[in-house]
Design a protein around this ligand. Structure first.
Ligand code: NAP
Length: 265
């Protein structure tokens, strides 16, 4: 099933579940800027939430807000029994320490899965693994190559694929180009989260049976978006950009909020 149809189906399921339950799961979004891209991403998240019956509240603070003020807001939300999930939109202004903020969110409400002790898995890798499993793609015993080792994508993806018994290899900027070619040529599943347009391209030999998961979001000169993998590689499955992993990430945030609502303390 293509990702758009899959996401629509899962959202409908979530909406039905919320309607049946009769309550309203709630998400608080903290934003500390008036950045164009952040505004756009947040509007998307609020819209997604509304579609399925989740109440999303935006707490928008000016870019000059002191870190202590943001921390106080988070503490208040941590204690608020009406709030199930809390997310802080990144990037944060330079004077605010991202790690301190992430760790201030209660692990029970950290629906982005950024807190080291969070009960939730990071949305992007969890969305990918759930999708592949639902599509019947076998992970156990398969050679899974993850390119990129960020805390929000590469590293948690490696742990999730490992938990599914994949043979996981993580590559990064210190990996030699010739080694990378060798690893990808032998891979059954390749997750690319580098942030470079068409990083995987015709120079890379791939298995015909390979599954390519493109996490990258890069902007073309005309403003349109493209991924880290050159489109049309003729493999078994290649996720598109746009309309691919981004949709899975957004879906998983909603699913994490629902889980926080159902199982929160
Ligand atoms: P990031 O924090 O910038 O990490 C990029 C990773 O790529 C790093 O681990 C880096 O290695 C590695 N890398 C850089 N050059 C490389 C090279 N030549 N060979 C191999 N690895 C290389 O990025 P991120 O936050 O993970 O995001 C990656 C991309 O995914 C971005 O385009 C971002 O916009 C997109 N993204 C999309 C979604 C979505 O929902 N679709 C979600 C999150 C991110 P080092 O660690 O050695 O520096």
């Amino acid at each position: 099933m293509d990702i758009k149809t899959y996401v629509l189906k899962r959202k409908q399921y979530l909406k039905d579940k919320i309607t049946r339950d009769g309550g309203t799961p709630s998400l608080a979004i903290i934003q500390v800027n008036d950045d164009f891209a952040s505004n756009k991403y947040i509007a998307g998240k609020i819209n997604d939430a509304k579609e399925v019956g989740i109440n999303a509240t935006l707490i928008k603070l000016p870019e000059t807000t002191a870190m202590e003020v943001v921390l106080r807001k988070i503490k208040k939300l941590n204690k608020d029994p009406h709030i199930n999930g809390i997310i802080v939109q990144l990037p944060l202004p330079k004077h605010i320490d991202e790690n301190i903020i992430k760790e201030a969110i209660s692990p029970a409400k950290d629906v982005d899965g950024f807190h080291p002790l969070s009960r939730f898995k990071a949305c992007t890798p969890l969305g990918i693994v759930n999708y592949l499993k639902d599509e019947g793609i076998k992970i156990s015993g398969k050679n899974v190559v993850i390119i990129g080792r960020s805390n929000i994508v590469g590293k948690p993806a490696a742990l999730l694929f490992l938990a599914e018994d994949g043979n996981v290899t993580v590559l990064h900027s210190r990996t030699k180009a010739e080694d990378l070619k060798r690893y990808v040529a032998n891979a059954d599943i390749i997750v690319v989260a580098v942030g470079r347009k068409h990083f995987i391209n015709d120079e890379h030999t791939l298995k015909k049976s390979a599954v390519l998961v493109d996490v990258g979001i890069n902007r073309n000169d005309d403003g349109s978006l493209t991924g880290d993998i050159k489109p049309g590689r003729g493999v078994f499955l290649q996720t598109p950009v746009p309309g691919g992993v981004g949709l899975l990430t957004r879906l998983t945030l909603l699913e994490n909020v629902m889980e926080a609502y159902l199982h929160g303390i």
